[in-house]
Design a protein around this ligand. Sequence first.
Ligand code: SF4
Length: 328
Amino acid sequence: MQVPPRGGMFLFGGTVANVPTQSWFVSQSPYSVDAEDGKYVIHRDGERITEVKFAQAKFQDLKTNEGIPYYKIALLHGANCLATTTIQTCVYWNTPKRCKFCTIELSLSSGATIAKKKPEQLAEVAIAAKKLDHVTHVTLTTGTTSTPDNGIKHLVETATAIKEATGLPIHAQFEPPKDLSTIDSLYGVVDTIGIHVESFDRAVLKEIAPCKVDIPFVRYIEAWKRSVAIFGDTQVSSYVIAGIGETDDSIIEGSRILAELGGYPFIVPLRPIPGSMLEDKRPPSPDRMRHIYAEVAEILRANGLSWRNNKAGCVRCRACSALSDFEY
Ligand code: SF4
């Protein structure tokens, strides 16, 4: 999962956006955020657009009995999602197969988080986040492990602890395992699933995320099918990144394949994160994104899919994609 750090959660106009604030291209943006009469306001080339609020999280100021700050265990994402990377290491990280957009172990080496979150630690943080900040759902992701389950076993353990402690709906993301029956172990523990193909363009994937192109596309199809059969329509999603060399048609036609299976294509603009191997890239233009969002939203409508029906996770959070704003 491209968990985009180095940004801020902007709440405005009934929506939420995870906005990059530290990348090189930010200084070229026509938008600015300015203080005005005790409020914050977004301006575009000096023209007042709207008031904006920023998500605050009281739970992140707390510490465990062992002295670990809660923010190193989980963070507030969007307006009301508790999110964490349960295992902050990835078997591909120190290899040529690593995904060039990812910064999973950079967050670890910077000291911003811890390597492996214990079930009891996440349960403790989730209780506080629900009580103090009214989080209403949870996103759990993981680096891919060297074990055949790809990290699913630890997702089951952490989700079980959070569910028992809070009853919150939970989303889990992982790389599709060779043995797809491993996915069944998440049933009754999590509510929604993310299995991210990142790109439907295999040539682009070979260049940008070699480890993902080693997974036959048919395994994604079978993993999505099995997950939709278990969790239901709109409860299974995939990140699809725009801006890593693919065509609009590859995104649109790939999204149609996933939507016709009952899955939700979570279209996100490339986020060139400082420190990642793509940090110098420019994100796709707003006009290109509007075109892709409008086309994919039409496909969602045609297949009876909507973010409004999603129980937990990125599709419900919406902060990293504006697709939901095109779902009228
Ligand atoms: S969509 Fe929300 S939960 Fe998912 S990575 Fe973005 S901010 Fe986090």
